[in-house]
Design a protein around this ligand. Structure first.
Ligand SMILES: Nc1ncnc2c1ncn2[C@@H]1O[C@H](COP(=O)(O)OP(=O)(O)OP(=O)(O)O)[C@@H](O)[C@H]1O
Ligand SMILES: [Mg+2]
Length: 256
């Protein structure tokens, strides 16, 4: 049976991994992938929390048709214990929403960002994984949260602008966390071979200019079922559990 996250973890429980999802370029599929990855990890029996870390334009709630009463800001101000702000999902994972209409997260200063970053390992206590969906761009908030993660998954598509932004994300992460665990996810790939070519172009640039290896976390094919699931505000693994993109994300979850 899948374990759920609704209940508070035991004190001093071992800490799971914080996995942040970034891309640089907007609209490549970070939020959809974060939701689907959290769902896949939960299905594999991992106690998983999905945190909406897109502080300016949180939209995990929109993709899933949720109307959260509480969000991250309540936890940051100390008004709400973390566990009280978590929305348990039918898929077996929990969600810490990024907004409830308060808009209080859009302009956090450095101190508040440190607070958010410090919250992540705390949220991973007693869980196996925290998946942290980040905003587009590479501003201070994205960099600070990416650097706080144990593993950074950089999502790129086959578009040249996405590739250059993914490279920039990797370069900055390498500066913020030298030698940190960063991996590439190619999303919306035409097919597995063309996704692999996209990854290889990125890996080559990382090797030549950054003198580092960047492993491939996986390739997700472009799949019309993704749009359909988002349009129906339903997780892909619930609506189309056997489609190509679902299989591709499950493979990534298993390889993490
Ligand atoms: N594998 C895929 N196949 C087909 N369409 C996809 C796939 N992944 C993402 N999409 C499309 O990309 C759109 C954008 O996805 P999403 O909102 O998750 O991106 P994002 O990177 O989080 O955007 P933002 O930078 O604005 O936060 C989705 O609405 C969906 O239609
Ligand atoms: Mg998003």
């Amino acid at each position: 049976m899948t374990r759920t996250l609704a209940s508070a973890p035991p004190a001093a429980a071992p800490r799971g991994r914080v996995i942040a999802i970034a891309s640089g370029k907007g609209g490549v599929g970070k939020t959809w992938f974060s939701i689907t990855l959290a769902h896949a990890l939960a299905r594999a029996g991992q106690r998983t929390l999905l945190v909406d870390g897109d502080l300016g334009l949180a939209n995990v709630d929109v993709q899933l048709g949720l109307n959260p009463l509480h969000d991250l800001s309540g936890v940051l101000t100390g008004k709400l214990p973390l566990e009280k702000a978590i929305l348990p999902q039918p898929g077996g994972f929990g969600i810490l929403p990024g907004r409830s209409g308060s808009g209080a997260l859009a302009s956090l200063d450095g101190h508040a960002l440190d607070h958010v970053a410090a919250l992540m390992p705390r949220a991973a206590q007693g869980r196996d994984a925290v998946v942290l969906d980040l905003g587009a761009g590479l501003d201070a908030a994205v960099r600070r949260l990416a650097a706080s993660a144990d593993t950074l998954l950089i999502v790129a598509t086959e578009e040249p602008t996405s590739l250059t932004d993914a490279y920039a994300a990797l370069k900055l992460h390498d500066r913020d966390r030298p030698g940190g665990d960063a991996r590439i996810v190619v999303n919306q790939a035409q097919d597995i071979n063309s996704g692999r070519r996209t990854y290889e172009a990125l890996a080559r640039a990382a090797s030549v200019f950054l003198k580092r290896d960047v492993p491939l976390a996986g390739i997700i094919r472009r799949d019309p079922k993704v749009r359909d699931a988002i349009r129906h505000q339903t997780p892909l693994l619930t609506r189309h559990p056997h489609c190509q993109a679902a299989a591709d994300v499950e493979l990534i979850a298993n390889g993490l």
